[in-house]
Design a protein around this ligand. Structure first.
Ligand code: GTP
Ligand code: MG
Length: 198
């Protein structure tokens, strides 16, 4: 699948004000700086569509983008960012949990994970929370360009094994990506297209 039109629709702090169109929605979520906004720009071929930054905490709102008038892509704020105030951090959490609890159009969350780090408590807790709330998710490993291919395979295997040891009978689906060199673009778009056609 290629995306022909990618259009910014609205940014919100209030889930109730998100677009009402009854079309499928896919959300990108993960720790601050993991590469959510960069990945959105990569799969849409639009460099500045979602705002990116080397400073964690760039995305602070729920951002809706309409793709080919058929589905929504959502850029969410990161979780687990230690340098924002406690009050603000709580706000992020509520914004994020509200979004996932209330957004009925959501068909799949993409949980972004930086493969270079050991499994992080916040990520594991977040996926567990999605699981207990029956919210379907797929893991997207990011920044694959920063590791050699053999290390990518090894780290991916270790990560998925950790999940099955901890909480899951079966590891969730996963996709390896790099916003820098385009790895995983076709797989991710094909995955979305496949769900859209069901
Ligand atoms: P918040 O909005 O702050 O939660 O961050 P985010 O998850 O949206 O991350 P963002 O896309 O802004 O990227 C954070 C930093 O990581 C930027 O400096 C990006 O250039 C860099 N980055 C993102 N994806 C990749 C990647 O695939 N490879 C490399 N090498 N760097 C990346
Ligand atoms: Mg962002």
């Amino acid at each position: 699948m290629q995306i022909h039109s990618a259009e910014f629709v609205i940014s919100n702090t209030d889930v109730g004000k998100c677009p009402k169109d009854p079309i499928p929605e896919y959300a990108f979520i993960g720790r601050s700086n993991v590469g959510k906004s960069s990945l959105i720009n990569m799969i849409t071929n639009r460099k500045g569509l979602a705002k990116t930054s080397g400073t964690p905490g760039k995305t602070q709102l729920i951002n809706h983008f309409r793709m080919d008038n058929r589905w929504f892509l959502v850029d969410l704020p990161g979780y687990g960012y230690a340098r924002v105030s406690k009050k603000q951090r709580k706000g992020f959490q509520k914004l994020i949990t509200d979004y996932f609890e209330k957004r009925k159009q959501l068909v799949c969350a993409f949980v972004l994970i930086d493969l270079r780090l050991e499994p992080q408590k916040t990520d594991l807790e977040f996926m567990y929370w999605l699981g207990t709330n029956s919210i379907p998710f797929t893991i997207v490993f990011t920044k694959a360009d920063k590791l050699k291919p053999a290390a990518v395979s090894r780290k991916t295997g270790e990560y998925l094994q950790k999940l099955t040891e901890d909480a899951w009978e079966e590891a969730p689906p996963h996709i390896v990506t790099s916003a820098q060199n385009g790895t995983g673009k076709d797989e991710l778009l094909g995955y979305i297209e496949h769900i859209n056609q069901q």
